[in-house]
Design a protein around this ligand. Structure first.
Ligand SMILES: Nc1ncnc2c1ncn2[C@@H]1O[C@H](COP(=O)(O)OP(=O)(O)OP(=O)(O)O)[C@@H](O)[C@H]1O
Ligand SMILES: [Mg+2]
Length: 344
């Protein structure tokens, strides 16, 4: 099977930057290296929105830079639509990069002038250039503000122009680095809807989205990878990643009473008195089914008024994944492998 984006054992280290104080104290000291990526394998299917999640410094931006030909990996390979990113001339037309780096725009130029500049850089044919720019400015809602200076744009407008710029050459693959960072909640929701309805559903783009925002990843992504200290620790559908570390499904029950000596097939996590009854949170013991629990409750004379699955959210799963992280595994590349088994 061929993938839209593929990473094979990608490793990257940088020389750690030293402060002026460190340089003065030890001018000839050996330069330390930071292992930003330590053997990343990645497969993103055509038309997928793939989330890249991880704490600060996990390596998300470095990975996106490697995929977009801005940085070369030390080891391993990245491929876009089957072409190695070392072949920049063939790969770049397939890619659009959306970053929060506002310095990549010309602040004294208007939105439209910026777009004109980048359209030349991206080889948009001159006879189609102006129509393409107008169409994209319209799609991201910047038609009226097109002739305002970029420096006068709000954070949301700057971000929308960044998306419009990435679409100039109509690339099939988009790489988005924290596209909603610094946006207010309303602007974030608007941008999310644009990604889902326009870029995915209408344009059928393949998108890799690096984000810290877990609800955003939950709402947008078909699959996710959790990157920690340069390695992918979990990967799979949102549901599978959410279920990490939960061997069985959890349930929340509302019952008329809870017998203290209940010995049914469940591990009880919490009981709480509510008007006329008890609220119970539990998970099934290994191999048990919900039906087994319900019949055990019936035999014990307990009336069940409500029984719902208690879903773990991505935030809880993310915390469990961080807790499961091996503490001594960050020093060297190629440490222990990623986990994809079990729930994922
Ligand atoms: N050009 C560079 N020179 C030195 N170190 C670098 C360079 N670029 C990245 N790093 C280091 O590599 C590691 C990964 O950085 P990266 O920016 O990829 O993380 P990130 O997951 O994008 O973090 P954030 O969530 O804060 O954006 C960090 O320790 C960072 O300091
Ligand atoms: Mg980053």
């Amino acid at each position: 099977m061929s993938y839209a984006v593929e990473g094979l054992g990608i490793e990257k280290s940088f020389v750690r930057k030293r402060s002026l104080g460190q340089l003065l104290r030890d001018p000839f000291g050996r330069a330390e290296r930071v292992h930003a990526l330590r053997g990343v394998d990645l497969q993103v299917g055509d038309g997928e929105i793939f989330g890249l999640l991880g704490p600060n410094g996990a390596g998300k931006t470095t990975l996106l830079k490697i995929l977009s030909c801005l940085v070369l990996p030390d080891k391993g390979q990245a491929r876009i639509l089957g072409v190695d990113t070392a072949d920049e001339d063939r790969v770049k037309p397939q890619l659009g990069l959306v970053t929060t780096d506002e310095r990549s725009f010309y602040w004294r130029l208007s939105g439209r002038e910026n777009m004109r500049f980048f359209s030349i850089l991206y080889d948009v044919p001159s006879d189609r250039r102006m129509a393409r720019i107008d169409e994209l400015l319209e799609r991201v809602g910047l038609t009226e503000a097109a002739d305002q200076r970029f420096s006068d744009y709000s954070a949301g407008m700057k971000q929308r122009l960044s998306i419009a710029r990435s679409l100039l050459h109509d690339p099939p693959v988009l790489l988005m680095d924290e596209p909603t960072r610094s946006l207010d909640p309303a602007a974030s929701l608007e941008l999310r809807a644009f990604v889902k309805d326009e870029l995915k559903a209408r344009d059928r783009k393949t998108i890799i989205l690096a984000t810290h925002n877990l609800p955003e990843a939950e709402a947008l992504c078909d699959r996710l990878a959790i990157l920690i200290k340069g390695k992918i620790r979990q990967e799979g559908s949102v549901d599978a990643v959410r279920a990490f570390g939960l061997e069985t499904h959890g349930y929340e029950l509302e019952v008329d009473r809870w017998p203290g000596d209940f010995s049914g097939p469940a591990q009880v996590h919490k009981t709480e008195s509510i008007p006329d009854g008890t609220l119970v949170q539990l998970s099934l013991t290994d191999g048990a089914e919900l039906g087994d629990l319900l019949s055990a409750l019936m035999h014990a004379g307990v009336a069940v008024r409500r029984c719902d699955r208690h879903e773990s959210d991505l935030e809880e799963a993310f915390t469990r994944i961080l807790d499961a992280e091996e503490p001594d595994d960050s020093a060297k590349p190629g440490g222990s492998g990623r986990q994809t088994g079990g729930a994922v």
